[in-house]
Design a protein around this ligand. Structure first.
Ligand code: SF4
Length: 473
């Protein structure tokens, strides 16, 4: 008999990756319109946890108004003889996967940034209470992680209660992250991989090292180690580092092998500390995007919660679309905020010497980790809203990228003729119009994948494609 007979909708891995559009949603919990939201797992003493207890503080789903967004918190308290506080981050991250197993229930992001939607269809089928969601979570957690002996779940929708608990949750995340700081990549033998996000981005594999925090910002190297120990066949696994092939970019033979295996050959190389060449793949739940700004030869950073457009005129969602999907895209790099606190942060690209712009909110969060002499040289939305304003700011403040502009200006007259001569012989006046590490082409029922492709064309013609309907008219 199925363990979900008493749940009004289906439950299974097939629902992972299911997206619920606004027009199809019954209610939204957390998300971009709601400031305070969180999910939190805590390890407690056995006497503090009543196994299977589900508590709802505030309106239940059936009492919510259709089409509205609500403040939301999920608190999961667990007990077990072998449970350590180190596992809290890992248990918490599984909320994402298990919620997504529920038909018509979508969970995105993590920690203070969660975004859930319930579909109209599932609501109509009877999924009208957090009691059902709690039952599913309780059963899945206990069957997949038997180390959990007791578990109680609290759903909080009362805005006042969410507001009260939200700062406490932020403090707990910060304490967890701080615990993982200080250890260096060179000091450990093993890294860890995570493929939890492959349901959304099939070629994505996070490589979690002490100094390169997971993209979602929810799993540190310590969390990953704890997870791989208790659930070695789970989505988080050990990676033997192997040989260090390139220390500045951060290329390890063991990482290349593991990622190749876990992405079924799609991704063959990873450079951990750069946004160019073979950057770490980006799934979809990264906390921020580092985006290259060619006009100033520097990087901007924009986080998920930033409502305005970034300095290059693009919104987070547009930049995220160019970044996500398990791809390696030159100059578009999904990152966590914690990685911005690492000495290895974009090390091969110049680190903070190359960062030129970020929202004030992010700058405040990472300020103590930016070299002191650079803090005032990195612009925020208050200093620059356009590329021209940014250029002026960087010049006035003497940002190190300005030196790069001079170097390039000097280098061009020497470099151009030599390069042009070589090109004249090989391929007259042609630069690649498409370059990609992996370029899939679908035609005639076949999928052809070009690896490390550079496509040259004499002429590129861009035409609007008319739909069949309009052609027939
Ligand atoms: S972002 Fe990375 S570490 Fe976080 S859940 Fe996804 S795959 Fe795992």
């Amino acid at each position: 008999m199925s363990m979900f007979q008493d749940i009004p909708v289906d439950v299974g891995v097939i629902y992972e990756g299911e997206r619920i559009r606004r027009k199809d949603m019954h209610v939204e919990l957390g998300g971009p319109d709601i400031k305070e939201k969180f999910e939190l797992a805590r390890v407690k003493k056995p006497e503090e946890v009543e196994d299977g207890k589900i508590t709802i503080i505030g309106p239940d789903i059936k009492d919510m108004e259709e089409g509205k967004s609500y403040p939301f918190g999920i608190l999961i308290e667990v007990a077990g003889a072998k449970l350590e506080p180190e596992l809290e981050g890992v248990i918490e991250r599984r909320i994402h996967a298990y919620c997504n197993y529920i038909e018509g229930f979508m969970h995105l992001n993590q920690r203070y940034d969660i975004w859930l939607r319930l579909s109209k269809k599932s609501f109509q089928k009877g999924l009208n209470s957090f009691q059902y969601i709690g039952k599913v979570l309780h059963r899945l957690f206990k069957s997949e992680l038997p180390i959990i002996e007791k578990m109680q779940i609290t759903f909080i929708t009362d805005p006042e209660k969410v507001k009260e608990l939200y700062p406490q949750a932020l403090q707990i995340y910060e304490a967890r992250d701080a615990r993982a700081r200080g250890l260096k990549d060179e000091e450990v033998d093993k890294f860890y991989g995570c493929i939890l996000c492959q349901s959304f981005a099939p070629t994505h594999c996070c490589v979690i090292t002490p100094q390169r925090y997971s993209n979602c910002g929810a799993i540190s190297w310590f969390d990953a180690r704890a997870s791989a120990n208790i659930d070695p066949k789970g989505p988080i696994f050990e990676i033997e580092k192997g040989e260090l092939l390139e220390p500045v970019k951060g290329e390890y033979s063991g990482v290349n092998e593991a990622v190749k295996k876990r992405t079924l050959g799609e991704i063959t190389r990873v450079w951990l500390y750069t946004a160019f060449g073979y950057p770490h793949t980006s799934c979809g739940c990264f906390e921020a995007v580092a985006f290259y700004i060619p006009e100033v030869d520097g990087f901007g950073i924009v986080h998920r919660g930033y409502k305005d457009v970034a300095v290059n005129g693009l919104a987070f969602s547009t930049l995220a679309d160019s970044t996500a999907g398990g791809r390696q895209v030159d100059g578009f790099h999904g990152i966590s905020i914690e990685y911005m606190r690492s000495p290895k942060f974009l090390q091969a690209d110049g680190g903070y010497k190359r960062v030129v712009w970020m929202p004030k909110e992010v700058k405040e969060r990472v300020k103590n980790f930016i070299p002191a002499e650079l803090v005032d040289k990195i612009a925020t939305e208050e200093d620059a809203k356009t590329i021209d304003e940014l250029k002026a700011f960087l010049k006035a403040r003497g940002h190190p990228v300005v030196e790069r502009w001079k170097e390039e200006a000097v280098a061009v007259p020497e470099a151009v003729p030599a390069e042009a001569e070589a090109k004249e012989e090989a391929a007259p006046a042609m630069a690649p119009v498409v370059t990609a590490a992996t370029l899939p082409i679908t035609a005639g029922g076949y999928k052809i994948i070009l690896k490390d492709a550079k496509i040259y064309a004499k002429r590129v013609v861009i035409k609007a494609v008319k739909s069949e309907k309009s052609e027939k008219k």
